[in-house]
Design a protein. Structure first.
Lengths: 335, 338
């Protein structure tokens, strides 16, 4: 327990971590400020106009659905019918997640319920970046400056020391994520109440928001663990940053181009970003153009990967890295 | 006297790129008794720091046996860690932490009462700078801070690797006094240093390592006595004639501009008698005693035996473990002393 207390104080006292935390707060504040400045409470005229635009959009959706049904009954010329599938359910307005509403057509009005999804994803991106950098730097700086050696002279059980460091890091990040999310979410909720619109927050809104947020916090912890593990394996912070950059450039960009040029089936399955998406959103919706190569007419090459796949890949990746880091640290000569 | 440190046959290889390997320590032995202030000498790259790191569990030994307070390490490292204070090379500290916070975090991690922080800062002469950030410390102050960190847990064994690094003469003297105080309080000290004069002043025992192997060890005076060539500096009115006379008596003589160095004579009266009988009256007759520096240079010269040759030195044996050109080295040492 003493070790955890000492590590917690060391973590909080590190200048780099303080700087990262300050940048996180600045990023949150700037996002909230620009949102607040760019929003206003809508007038009754604006609301009426938006309601009309939404009604027209709903009518257009219904009309398109009816055209699809007509095409399915061979009631349209072949060149027009070609653009519709045999199964018109994808155009059925009743089967959409949501129908257009007036708030979609209000310009310059912040709508909390509508904007919650991108705002939450932005929050998670901030926190993931923060977690990865702090996780990598926390152990990387200690390894490269000899801080770990100092500590091991006092506490020679290597795995316990590394475990205490990782545990302290994850605990601290959870607290920062919870507090940061509460402040961030609270700020936008207030903006919605005072300088915009709260939007429809009934039904499944809060459960969805809570579930996605929890997945996001788990992702922050995965990222921090990965940063910590790679920096441990590479003995310095730069190893984690370099590995992340190399992966992004070589794999996510380079391999993606190769996959597209070669026409590899389900190339997206090889990208980590696919599983991040699947985990965070609950389901990654992907398209595989190769299945439509010899298909004339409408071809839906889409497929889905569920959150279970995302979780499995993230667990395997961070678990593997962590095991490798602990094994290497246990046997490593600290010189 | 019970042993605090026992190392037998320690071997450590480091593997480099292209499957290259470097033997850092090769069959090294070390014995440090309770209450000793033990000097640990060796040139750069001789394996001192690797040995200390292995003893502290920071480096995994390839072979050999190590014990601290009678307990096998690294197996029982955790059991004895609380009794050992150590600094290995110059420890780095976070620059934006104060000296006080640096020590407090270590004390907290090690379960040591934090009141010890002020005590050790006082002990190493940093009490006035404890609340300053470490980045503002000089090299000598950082070294003091490192020593303070080693003293925090009131160790029974203190292992210090180059503690005088960066210290000015006054600081070195304070460090020497601190070592003496600690030794007086019953703390066993293993002190690695390049400042041989300090080792000779502070330490009662010494181990000299060269190329990963022990080449001399024992009480400092015994090691020095083992290397005493019974040499004398002689000033006479006719040095050339005197040299001829002494050589005629079977004594080795080196001639210098204004004096002779005569070896192999335990009793100075023999030289006086030989020269006096021929009417040469000695102006000056000074014994040339070996100091630790000359012994160190002699034993750790570049021509020393490489590791793995199978030659095992014996304690206090002047020739033990060396394959150097003794004549050339002894001549250099004599010239330096003359």
């Amino acid at each position: 327990m003493n070790l955890v207390r000492a590590e917690l104080e060391r973590l909080a006292a590190r200048r780099f971590n303080q700087l990262m935390l300050a940048l996180l707060v600045v990023a949150f504040a700037m996002t909230a400020m620009t949102t607040m400045i760019g929003s206003h409470r809508p007038s009754s005229t604006e609301i009426a106009s938006a309601q009309q635009a939404a009604a027209e959009e709903r009518q257009a959706l219904e009309a398109n659905y009816q055209r699809c049904l007509t095409a399915a009954r061979s009631g349209l010329p072949p060149e027009e019918a070609e653009s519709f599938p045999e199964d018109c359910s994808v155009f059925d307005p009743a089967q959409r997640d949501r129908l257009p509403v007036a708030t979609d057509h209000l310009q310059g009005v912040f709508n909390f319920a509508n904007q919650a999804r991108p705002l939450l994803y932005l929050l998670i991106v901030f926190l993931v970046l923060f977690g990865f950098l702090v996780g990598a730097s926390y152990i990387g700086a200690d390894l490269s400056t000899g801080g770990v050696v100092n500590l091991l002279i006092w506490r020679p059980r290597r795995l316990a020391v590394l475990g205490a460091k990782l545990g302290t890091l994850l605990g601290a990040l959870t607290v920062v994520s919870v507090l940061g999310s509460a402040v961030y979410g609270g700020a936008f909720w207030l903006i919605g109440q005072t300088a915009g619109m709260p939007g429809p927050t009934d039904g499944g809104f809060w459960p969805w928001l809570g579930l996605t947020w929890a997945r996001g916090v788990a992702l922050v912890l995965f990222a921090a663990t990965a940063g910590f593990a790679i920096a441990t394996l590479g003995r310095r912070t730069a190893a984690a940053l370099g590995a992340a950059m190399a992966y992004a450039v070589v794999w996510e960009l380079g391999l993606r181009v190769v996959v597209e040029v070669v026409g590899m089936p389900r190339g997206e399955d090889w990208m980590l970003s696919t599983y991040l998406d699947a985990w965070l959103t609950g389901e990654a919706r992907l398209a595989d153009a190769t299945v439509c190569r010899n298909v004339s007419g409408y071809c839906d090459g889409s497929y889905q990967l569920g959150w279970e796949s995302g979780l499995a890949v993230l667990l395997a990746l961070t678990g593997g890295l962590t095991l490798a880091a602990f094994a290497a640290f246990r046997r490593r000569d600290l010189i | 006297m019970s042993a605090v440190i026992e190392i037998e046959g320690l071997r450590k290889e480091f593997h480099g790129p292209n499957r290259s390997r470097q033997v850092a320590v090769d069959g090294f032995d070390l014995l440090v008794g309770r209450g000793e202030v033990h000097g640990f000498l060796g040139p750069n790259g001789s394996g001192k720091t690797t040995t200390l790191r292995a003893l502290l569990g920071l480096v995994h030994a390839d072979a050999g046996r190590m014990r601290l307070f009678g307990e096998d390490v690294p197996r029982w490292q955790a059991a004895v860690a609380g009794r050992v204070g150590a600094i290995v090379e110059t420890p780095q500290f976070f620059g934006n932490f104060t000296g006080h916070r640096t020590l407090r975090l270590l004390a907290l991690a090690g379960g040591v009462p934090t009141r010890r922080v002020d005590e050790v800062l006082e002990q190493v002469g940093l009490s006035g700078r404890g609340n300053d950030e470490v980045k503002g410390y000089s090299l000598g102050m950082r070294q003091r801070l490192a020593v303070a960190s080693a003293l925090l847990k009131e160790p029974e064994l203190l292992i210090l690797d180059e503690p005088a690094n960066g210290l000015d003469p006054a600081g070195i003297r304070e460090m020497r006094d601190l070592m003496r105080d600690l030794a007086g309080a019953g703390v066993t000290v293993l002190l690695s240093s390049h400042i041989l004069g300090e080792i000779q002043l502070i330490c009662d025992h010494v181990t000299i390592v060269s190329r990963g192997r022990r080449v001399a060890w024992g009480p400092v005076q015994d090691v020095l006595a083992g290397h005493d060539q019974h040499e004398w500096r002689v000033r006479v009115p006719e040095p050339a004639r005197a040299a001829e006379l002494l050589r005629g008596a079977g004594l080795p003589v080196d001639e210098f501009a204004d004096h002779l160095v005569v070896g192999g004579v335990p009793d100075a009266g023999e030289i006086s008698r030989l020269l006096g009988e021929r009417g040469l009256w000695v102006h000056e007759l000074v014994p040339l005693r070996p100091d630790l520096e000359s012994v160190f240079l002699e034993l750790t010269d570049d021509g020393a035996e490489p590791p793995g040759s199978g030659h095992e030195p014996t304690p206090y044996d002047p020739g033990g473990g060396r394959l150097i050109d003794l004549d050339a080295t002894a001549g250099d040492a004599r010239e330096a002393r003359a």
